[in-house]
Every structure is written in structure tokens, then in C-alpha cells.
Design a binder for this molecule. Sequence first.
Ligand SMILES: Nc1ncnc2c1ncn2[C@@H]1O[C@H](COP(=O)(O)OP(=O)(O)O)[C@@H](O)[C@H]1O
Ligand SMILES: [Mg+2]
Length: 505
Amino acid sequence: MTSDSRFEPEELFWRARIFDSLSYPSVVIAPDKRLVGANKKFYDTYKLSSEDIIGKKCFQSFLYKDTPCDSKDCSISKVLENKAMHTYTVKHQYKWEERVFSPIFDDEGQVAFVIFSIRDITRTKSLENQLIGVKEFISRVIYSSASAIVAADRAGNIELMNSVAKELFGDYNGGEGKIKHTEQLYPPGKAKEIMKMLRNEKIGGKGKLLIPRTTIVNARGQEIEVEMSAAIIYDDTGEESATMAIYNDLKDKIKVERELKFTQKQLAQSEKMASLGQLAAGVAHEINNPLTGVLFYASLLLERQDLDEGAQEDLRYIVEDANRCKNIVKSLLVYSRSADSNKNIIQINEIVEQSLKLVRDQKKFRNIQIIRYLADEMMLINADTNKLNQVVINLIINAADAMKGSGKITLNTYKDKLHKKVFLEVKDTGEGILRENLSKIFDPFFTTKEVGKSTGLGLSIVYGIIEEHGGKISVKKTGVKGTSFILEFPLFIPEEEGLALCRPF
Ligand SMILES: Nc1ncnc2c1ncn2[C@@H]1O[C@H](COP(=O)(O)OP(=O)(O)O)[C@@H](O)[C@H]1O
Ligand SMILES: [Mg+2]
């Protein structure tokens, strides 16, 4: 016991009462495992008196045994050996207890006694379990999110990547764990820029950032377009403790946007063609009448015998040029669909063969190889043969022009029975179409050829005829290796065949 003279009466008072005032049950045990005292809380809790325990060994009182426990299982031995506190937790019926064994040292620093306290930690334990539950729930939310989520510490070291993030950044299977720092997620310098924006209150608010479209880099160094939102995570004191970002791959969105743009472009093109068609039809009609007059009176004049040779020659030029004009007017009327059409059900291959017969012997095709891959099946279309011949001829003349007289033209037909379509592809090995001209080639009078040599009406007439047949024409591919045009027509299905298809057996 401490000598009284060392303490003032007040201190003596509280020192004497401190043990009994402890709010958890405590017992003092001597090194020989003898119980030498217990506090009031202990006696109250376990309904015992000092006679029940004082002088008895701990294993007798607490474990009802006659022999001491093995020293490796004995907490008293541990405190004596390590001269330090020892604790463990046990579940005792519905309660969780923390059992604390603390040394009481003598003046030489040896363990004179051990205080054994029993603390009820049921509430702490239940809070701990709740916390674990919440943590598990949050982790499940993060890991089952359809968005990629990445979290990093203040220094940018990545601490969490959910499975979508691992997949997006390619940091899985072979690449497991390759990405360690946020700088690896972006093109050079971008991570710092993002952190700067995150801290700028004027962009997205304090510690928040939303970028509708930005670029990230995956483990293979490929750039990917994403939508991203990022946030700084603050601790209770308002200090930055971590950052997190959510990414959504824009691949599908971009694809839809591109398709929409393409459709809009096609719509704009057909609208333009329709208005040009009306204009052309109007002009053609207007010119047709005076032109007929010019031709009529010039022909009349030509019949006069009293004109000299020179005048007659001039008149022949007038008639010749007026006839050229008439042909152009005729072409314009075809383009604007005003010319009559005469449709029949015909095999598309037959149209290709007929057209080739018409051009085959022309000088232009002498050094050109024409290859046909015509599918050997029924590919009927409802078509005006003459007009479609004109289409094929126009396309192969253009192809020959683009190849400067020598090369290879491939004509390919096939069908898509499911979608009821018939296709004709015309491919050449020519110089290709410049990107900036692609949107103009179907315009009337657009030509890149020598003035006077070509009218620039060919493809616009082709476009008109294909539209008239309920089909489509487009440039499938073009470049220095050549160009291929693809034509699409509705497949004609004879009635019996249609019925046969509908029959159940
Ligand atoms: N197969 C092709 N290869 C390269 N350019 C082509 C091809 N077909 C058409 N073109 C381009 O489209 C333009 C318009 O064609 P078209 O309407 O037939 O008029 P033209 O043949 O009288 O020039 C051509 O001048 C040419 O620049
Ligand atoms: Mg042409």
C-alpha cells in the first residue's frame, strides 16, 4: 500500500474510492492466481460477497477447476510475462464482453497484481456489425454499378476499381493491377488538369465536376471517349481525403449519333435532289418549246435551195447544237422523272448483260477488263429495262473515265431474301472520288471532267431512275484503289412464291 504521507487527505479520499467507483466489474489477482479483491460492481453484478472469492484461486472461482490452466492459455501468465496489458473478446450468451487484464506494478517495476476487468461491449459490437453491413452494402452497390467507378487517395494512388472500371481500362486478366495511379487513366497531363478543374468552384461547384465528353486511356494505350463525373471526398474536418470518378463509355451513344447524322445527311440529299428535280423539270419544259421552234425553223431554212454553202453549213451547226440541247433536255426530264416509264418484271442479271452488250465494242473499253459475278438465282425486279440499262451504262462509263481507259470493272449481283432486296455493285480500279466531292456527285451538272466533254448529268439521271424504282444508290467505298457504287432494289416476289412461303407445310 502507498504510504499515507505521500498524499494530501483529498487525494487519499478519491484514491481509496476509485476502485469501487469503476463502472465495470473488476477483480484483483495475485501472481499466484489468488483472488485478493474485487470492486463493488463485481459483487453486485455477480451477486457474490468477498467470502465467496477472496483467497480462492481464479481457476477455482471462475472455471470451477482444481488445477491451473495451461500457461499458454492463461491471461494472468501473459501479463506477468510481458508486463503489459492483455485483452480478448468473448460472446457470452447474448452479450459481447471485452476481458482486460492490466498489470499493477510495484516500486521495482515488477507485476505485483493483475486487475481483471469485464467490459460489456455488446453495443459497440452491434454498431461495429452495422458498420460492416453498411460497408458491405456500399461495396456491393459500387461493384454492381453499370458505370465504371474508380477511387484514389489524395496522392492519386488508385484504391478501388469496380469490375466495369477494370473492363473499361483493360486492367483485368493479363493486365491485372497494371494501373496504379490516376495519371495512367488519361492522356499525358490530363489528370492534373482534371484535379485543377475539380478544385475550381466555378466549374461544377466545390469538389465536383461533370465532363459530358472526354478521353481516357486504357491499359493498352488506346483512347476511349467517355462521359465522366468526378468528386473530391472530404473528411469530417473538411480536409480532402480521396477522389472518385464515375465513367460511362460513349461507344454506343457515338454510334447512334453517327447513324443519325448519316440518315440526316441522306434525307437532306434526297430533299435537295427532289427540289433540283422540280427545278430541272421546269427548266426543261420551258426550253423544250423554243428549242422545238429553233429546230423547226432551222430545218425549214435548210430545205431552201437559194442559200449559199456557207449559210447552209452554219444552219447545219445550228441544227446539230439544237439537237444536243434537246438531248440534254431529255436527260433532265428523265432525271426529274417526268419521262414516261415502262416497267416489267425482269432478272437483274439480264439488265447487266444487255447493258454490257451495248458498250462492249466501244473504243473506250478496249483496254478494260470487265468481270461479272452474277449470282445464279432468281433476282426479279420491277424495272424499266431501258432506263436501268442507262443506269448501268452511265456507271461503267464513269468507271472507265476514272481509270483513264485501262483497268478492271467488276459487276456483282446478289440478293438478301430476308429483307427482300436485290443488289448490284459496280466496282472500278480508278482514281477514286475526292472526299469533298462526295456530296456533290449526284447533283445535276456537277462534273470534274473537261468542260464540253461531259455534261455532269450522268449520276443525277442515275439517281432519278433509281428513286423511281424505289431503290437506293450510294458510294460504298472510294479511294486511290478505286470506287464501288452499290445499288439496291426491292426484290419482286411472284404471288405463288409469296403464298408458298406463307404455307405452313
Ligand atoms: N467511278 C467513278 N470514279 C471516280 N469519280 C467518279 C466516278 N463516277 C463519278 N465520278 C465523279 O462524279 C462526277 C459526276 O459524274 P456524272 O454525273 O456521271 O457526270 P460526268 O460523268 O459527266 O462528269 C464525275 O465528274 C466524277 O468526278
Ligand atoms: Mg458520267
